[in-house]
Design a protein around this ligand. Structure first.
Ligand code: AMP
Length: 376
């Protein structure tokens, strides 16, 4: 019986623990919040990231440590490597914590990115705006997620407002990409270097937060081999072990790297029901040194995110091959509190199910872009 330690006790840790139960795995989750939602399904140790006494206790009880949260301080991750096995390794974590290091890595392995420049002062921002032009997005190098820590500059006159909005934090300025669509690759690499990827997923965001995902992304056969090759090179470069996500923009048919997440990812939640071996199970298999599982999709899947509060469950529960996930979190604006995954054998059937669910929940706007992508 092995015990997996998870740093961070949110819904990702919760879904990892749920995926691990059939494998006979035990879990211990660390989070500073008493109501961390993974604590409803696994033992929770309350500690913050600098409480090394508590972390020592954590390390003593586990066989391997992993993350639900990528912004665990780098020194905490390093400290842990001296006390237990840690996957992904701290270097992979540190690279994906820093947008500059991440984009530099993308370019090094041959993945194009939006034009960007490092910005450490107001003057550097003004120069970067001259070079990159507007519209552009200023993003903090660290601790940004779900569109937080970002400011959109419409014109050079926005320099002062942008610099003030991010509080003068080390940042990067990125050209605004008028992309055709957003895709992600969810992939997994084992301790032995075996690599597998799930089909490309198409994603839609609202207010910087993922709203819906569709997999396999329509008309993505031509892009998939290149996207997988980029993901594989990144994983090899970082000696990455576990599941990760690579977020991509498609512009004029070309792939641009936006960011990577060194963990299971919201745009891979559909794999719980849509694939024989989910991103969560494959992450556990990878960090334990077990053979990786099949990533072939059963059919088509759509994931709808519930942000802020849960809608009524009935319209999802009544539908065939539709699946309800309530993370057990208190409702709060902007918070991910659950999701639904709807699966079907073909696009027409999926569109019918989705259309009924969207209508019954009054969520027509959320499902509309997915219906359009399905040709409905
Ligand atoms: P991020 O936190 O960097 O993933 O940004 C959140 C979302 O903002 C992305 O998924 C895109 O929808 C949008 N976004 C971020 N960067 C850019 C960009 N350079 N150009 C256009 N849209 C962007």
């Amino acid at each position: 019986m092995q015990t997996i330690g998870i740093l961070g006790g949110g819904q990702l840790a919760r879904m990892l623990a749920l995926a691990g139960a059939p494998l006979g795995l035990r879990f211990l989750v660390v989070d500073s919040a008493a109501d961390a939602c993974a604590g409803q399904v696994a033992p929770l140790l309350r500690a913050d990231w600098r409480d090394f006494d508590k972390l020592e206790e954590f390390a003593r009880h586990i066989d391997v440590a992993t993350f639900d949260f990528e912004n665990v301080p780098a020194d905490t991750a390093h400290w842990l490597t001296e006390h237990t096995r840690v996957f992904p390794n701290p270097r992979a974590l540190a690279t994906s914590q820093d947008r500059l290091a991440e984009k530099t890595l993308f370019q090094r392995i041959g993945l194009e990115t939006p034009a960007f420049a490092a910005v450490d002062s107001r003057d550097e921002l003004a120069h970067a705006v001259e070079r990159i032009g507007t519209p552009a997005i200023l993003k903090t190098r660290r601790l940004g997620y779900d569109g937080k820590g970002q400011f959109r500059l419409k014109s050079p006159a926005d320099v002062d407002a942008a610099w003030a909005a991010l509080g003068g934090a080390p940042s990067i300025l990125e050209a605004f990409v008028p992309f055709e669509r957003e895709l992600s690759v969810i992939a997994v690499r084992s301790r032995e270097g075996e690599f597998r990827a799930y089909p490309l997923t198409q994603n839609w965001h609202a207010d910087g937060i993922l709203s819906a995902s569709l997999a396999p992304a329509p008309e993505s056969d031509a892009l998939a081999p290149l996207a997988y090759a980029h993901a594989r090179r990144i994983a090899e470069e970082l000696d990455y072990v576990g599941t990760f996500a690579l977020e991509l923009f498609v512009q004029d048919g070309r792939l641009l790297g936006n960011e990577m997440a060194p963990r299971v990812h919201n745009s891979g939640h559909w794999t719980i029901e849509g694939v024989a071996c989910s991103q969560f199970e494959n992450h556990l298999r990878a960090v334990l040194g077990l053979p990786l599982g099949d990533t072939t999709p059963r059919g088509l899947s759509v994931m709808l995110n519930w942000i802020g509060e849960l809608p009524a469950a009935g319209p999802v529960l009544r539908e065939a091959d539709a699946h309800w996930h309530d993370y057990g979190k208190e409702p709060r604006a902007g918070r991910k509190v659950g999701h639904a995954t709807v699966c079907a054998a073909d696009a027409a059937e999926l569109a019918e199910r989705l259309d009924r669910i969207g209508g019954a929940l009054g969520r027509e706007a959320q499902v509309a872009p997915v219906l359009a992508a399905l040709g409905a």
